[in-house]
Design a protein around this ligand. Structure first.
Ligand SMILES: [Zn+2]
Length: 427
């Protein structure tokens, strides 16, 4: 069904993020990381195909319409409001079954996340619940999450597997993610994260461990590639997870199979994840709580987007990634929810945008770039979403405020009034 053409008019601010296609850094062009291309008293016209047809000062639109040079089926007055690109969430694990509410209470009572994981809880608890769920249960639970997340302003999602840790369960998770792409009215990029953790069977010694890495490289990744189920592969390279050598093998294999690369890196310590992301020129290195100057410059030189997950730092009581230092080192920064059943089940990316300022020391404008354009660039979608330009998809938000900085000032408040995906209002 066509959305029909419409105009959103007279917005106090339209954040266009006009300009480059690649991820923005502070170094590339002045302070590009903070340039929002704001138009005031401006309007946006969306065509019947769901693309942006026109954007500019409202007086110009009025003149065009008066001369009969542009017409729309509907006009929606946005006086006193903000129009901005819809949010892009480039790191989620949102396909899982069950919950870990009990573990939340343990952690709040003082138990440590890594200790719970080492004792067979944490990720392995979600693996058991996800393997036991039917396809329909997995889909229905994930759909409810994505519905809440898009109501908070995100219309594009990266979704990782990683709660299967065996061939069939990994494939099932990725098929559910593809079904969400096809049926949930949002854009989805999928990532195979079979290298998320070592399952119980792989914890019986070095040989069992080695066999699991073999299984990922010789069975799981090739099967995922032959079914075309993943745009990216990811590996958790950190203390208690995959070593640098193991992670390199996974990334090598995935690259040879034609997948893009992402890396969970430097969340718990310096075990080589960020260096590896730079060596492989991965699309993204994520978490990055423990970083030194060499690691930052390696990411900058390799053009790897640094994806920060401040919600996870908040929930786990860990330090926040130093976003300021990354930006000052010339790294393109993105932010994401990390929505997952254990370390961060927060679903409101607009609130996490605020946390990126309070915790990671981004300026509000930098956080907007990080949650829109840079996130889209890390997913290869910079020409489709994350900015408002003629010809791009009309994935946009109307905020119930006249100043975008309220996203940070009033972080977590329900400021996202309307959400459009491909020109369709979805919330
Ligand atoms: Zn993650």
């Amino acid at each position: 069904m066509s959305a029909g053409s419409f105009a959103l008019t007279r917005a106090a601010q339209v954040l266009t993020l006009h300009d480059p296609e690649g991820p923005r850094t502070a170094a590339r062009r002045g302070a590009a990381m903070a340039e929002l291309g704001i138009l005031r008293d401006a309007s946006v016209v969306v065509d019947a195909a769901g693309e942006i047809e026109w954007i500019g000062p409202h007086t110009e639109l009025t003149a065009l319409m008066d001369r009969g040079e542009l017409s729309v089926e509907r006009v929606h007055d946005c006086a006193g409001e903000v129009i901005m690109p819809a949010l892009v969430d480039p790191h989620t694990h949102l396909v899982w079954a069950g919950d870990r509410r009990d573990e939340l209470e343990l952690r709040l009572g003082g138990a440590d996340y890594e200790a719970i994981f080492a004792a067979g809880g944490g990720i392995l608890s979600s693996v058991r619940q996800t393997r036991a769920a039917s396809d329909e249960q997995l889909y229905a639970q994930s759909l409810r999450r994505i519905e809440r997340m898009r109501a908070c302003g995100a219309t594009t999602f990266e979704i990782k597997s990683g709660y299967g840790l065996e061939l069939e369960a990994e494939l099932r998770q990725l098929r559910v993610a593809r079904r969400l792409r096809d049926e949930a009215g949002v854009r989805v990029k999928t990532t195979c994260l079979a290298a998320h953790a070592f399952p119980e069977t792989a914890r019986r010694g070095p040989q069992a461990r080695r066999r699991f890495v073999d299984e990922i490289c010789e069975q799981i990744l090739p099967a995922v590639a032959s079914e075309g189920l993943a745009d990216y592969a990811d590996v958790f390279c950190d203390r208690g997870a995959f070593t640098k050598d193991e992670a390199a093998r996974v990334l090598d294999t995935a690259h040879a199979l034609g997948m893009g690369l992402r890396v969970h890196a430097n969340e718990f310590g310096h075990t080589g994840g960020a260096e590896l992301a730079a060596e492989f020129r991965a699309a993204s290195a994520d978490h990055l709580l423990h970083m030194n100057a060499d690691e930052r410059s390696a990411l900058a030189e390799a053009g790897v987007v640094a994806t920060l997950l401040p919600g996870t730092s908040l929930v786990l009581g860990k330090p926040f990634a130093d976003g300021r230092a990354l930006i000052d080192a010339g790294v393109a920064v993105a932010i994401a929810s990390d929505c997952n059943p254990g370390s961060c089940a927060l679903e409101n990316l607009a609130m996490i945008l605020g946390l990126a300022c309070y915790g990671c020391k981004l300026a509000p404008a930098e956080a907007v770039v990080a949650a829109t354009h840079n996130a889209a660039a890390s997913l290869g979608l910079a020409a489709e979403v994350g900015r408002l330009e003629v010809g791009m998809s009309a994935d946009l938000l109307v905020l119930a405020t006249d100043d975008y900085r309220d996203l940070v000032y009033h972080a977590g408040s329900p400021l996202v009034r309307e959400v459009y995906s491909r020109g369709h209002r979805i919330s």
